[in-house]
Ligand binder design. Structure first.
Ligand code: BGP
Length: 478
């Protein structure tokens, strides 16, 4: 018997900046992603100094074209529905809707795109989950406000949220306020449009931005429920499972500390107040935040569900000597220093593969919040090969999802309430961390390479047929 409940949501997730392209069509202006080159041209470096980056001309900006979803959306939605999806997680491009700061009216030409996509998805039997901001801060916000370092961003964001809630109130039920909100501590440009060049106290700026986003998120929850009380509005973090390297109590303590960095966000969003450990952390680090009484009142309105992405796990040690031997897991090391886990293998990009870690994470999060969960990203970035007869035999990807879904099923059997699973990248997209196309997650292959060459033709991989079967059997036939 399947461990998945009858009304379980099965689908996949994309993000506007990695999918759409059409970066200057129908009135759209630039977002932070549109100014970045790819990995080979220094994407990671460019992320550190966004304003400088903007002045510099690169040959190739992968996100500006992406996989040209702006012109392939119809075909793509049909392909997704062909796998039996009953939910599609997507995001909107903020500067497509509001191309400038302080606009009273949105850009109708840009909005028409989302009208068409949402209508069609619904017609094909898919619910739509909208991530209001998925790493898509407009460049006007970076230039005029230094992104979320400025309180005025709360109103700019709420303007966008109100518009979406009102316009799609009968078509969209599920919402996420910010994609991987905790990533602003690691990728301040992606997460909050922050340019920290020359900032004397970057930690203070990042936590200030975090506070404004948390307030914006809570106010969006209040506003959304007024517009439609049936809305399900969720929080989201980049989830990770961390293990202590040894039973040495200091290692365990350190692991607890590292986990709090991620949990800090849903602790506020799902419980409605700042945890005491955060206040201590601010005190100890001389972080003085602009937090008003009105903000604290706003934070009391909590999310309907807690969501997260899950890709990897890490191993935490306090032994400095071991940290020379850092894990190949880039993902874990963006959170903290992590050592190699001898029991687990890594992906082509060094992200540790740990399906049981998903079960642990789900149990931990459900124990902590007692709110329904949703796993809104999970997937394997891998290099695919197309055979002469246009087939992609991606058994490694099938194995990855099968094992993660099995563990999800077990977590549900453990007692966790889980609403759904939207795997990451049902169709190949531009990778967020590298800007590459070769890091492919999709069940659908897109003919496009790292240099932007290719026909953009879509092909079904073996995993496409496998996922269809998994969905149709409600997770019984994995
Ligand atoms: C998450 C992001 C996604 C997605 C995914 C995979 O952090 O929310 O946007 O891209 O990671 O990461 P990457 O594309 O770097 O492999």
């Amino acid at each position: 018997m399947s461990n998945f409940p009858k009304n379980f949501l099965w689908g996949g997730a994309t993000a506007a900046n990695q999918y759409e392209g059409g970066f200057d069509e129908d009135g759209k202006t630039l977002s932070v992603m549109d100014i970045l080159p790819d990995e080979a041209h220094g994407r990671k470096q460019a992320m550190k100094h966004p304003l400088e980056t903007m002045k510099k001309k690169y040959d190739f900006y992968p996100n500006r074209v992406s996989i040209d979803g702006y012109h392939h959306w119809e075909e793509d939605l049909e392909l997704l529905a062909g796998m039996g999806f009953n939910i599609y997680r997507m995001s909107v491009s903020w500067p497509r809707i509001f191309p400038k700061a302080n606009m009273d009216k949105p850009n109708e030409d840009g909005l028409k795109f989302y009208d068409k996509v949402i209508k069609k998805a619904n017609e094909l039997g898919m619910q739509v989950l909208i991530t209001i901001d998925h790493f898509d801060t407009p460049m006007w916000a970076v230039e005029e406000f230094n992104g979320w370092a400025d309180r005025r961003m709360i109103d700019e964001y709420l303007k966008l949220a109100k518009l979406l809630f009102t316009r799609y109130k009968d078509q969209v039920k599920y919402w996420i306020t910010f994609n991987e909100i905790n990533m602003l501590l690691h990728y301040p440009l992606f997460g909050a449009g922050l340019d920290l060049t020359g900032d004397p106290n970057p930690k203070q700026t990042q936590y200030q931005a975090a506070h404004y986003q948390l307030v914006a998120s809570a106010k969006a929850v209040t506003m959304g429920h007024k517009i439609n009380p049936n809305f399900m509005i969720g929080s989201m973090i980049a989830g990770i499972c961390n293990y202590a390297y040894t039973p040495y109590p200091q290692d365990v303590l350190q692991k607890q500390k590292v986990m709090r960095e991620s949990y800090f966000f849903p602790d506020v969003q799902a419980r409605g107040y700042y945890p005491r450990y955060a206040k201590k952390f601010f005190e100890d680090n001389n972080i003085k935040l602009d937090i008003t009484d009105d903000d604290l009142e706003a934070l009391k309105d909590t999310v309907d569900y807690v969501s997260f992405s899950y890709y990897s796990s890490g191993v935490i040690t306090t032994d400095k000597r071991l940290l020379g031997n850092t894990a190949s897991s880039n993902f874990a090391s963006t959170f903290s220093d992590s050592v190699i886990n001898p029991y687990l293998k890594a992906s082509d990009w060094g992200w540790i593969i740990d399906p049981v870690g998903l079960r642990i994470t789900m149990n931990d999060m459900y124990d902590r919040y007692q709110k329904p969960l949703m796993v809104v990203e999970n997937g394997l970035g891998a290099i695919d090969h197309v055979t002469d007869d246009d087939k992609i035999h991606d058994d490694y990807r099938i194995k990855y999802h099968k094992e993660h879904l099995e563990q999800m099923g077990l977590a549900i059997r453990d007692g966790v309430e889980c609403l759904g699973y939207t795997m990451w990248g049902p169709i190949d997209l531009v990778s967020v961390s590298t800007g590459e196309m070769s890091k492919r997650y999709g069940f659908i292959y897109v003919d496009r390479d790292n240099d932007g060459n290719g026909t953009n033709k879509r092909l079904k991989k073996d995993s496409y047929y496998w996922y269809k079967k998994a969905v149709e059997s409600n997770g019984e036939d994995l």
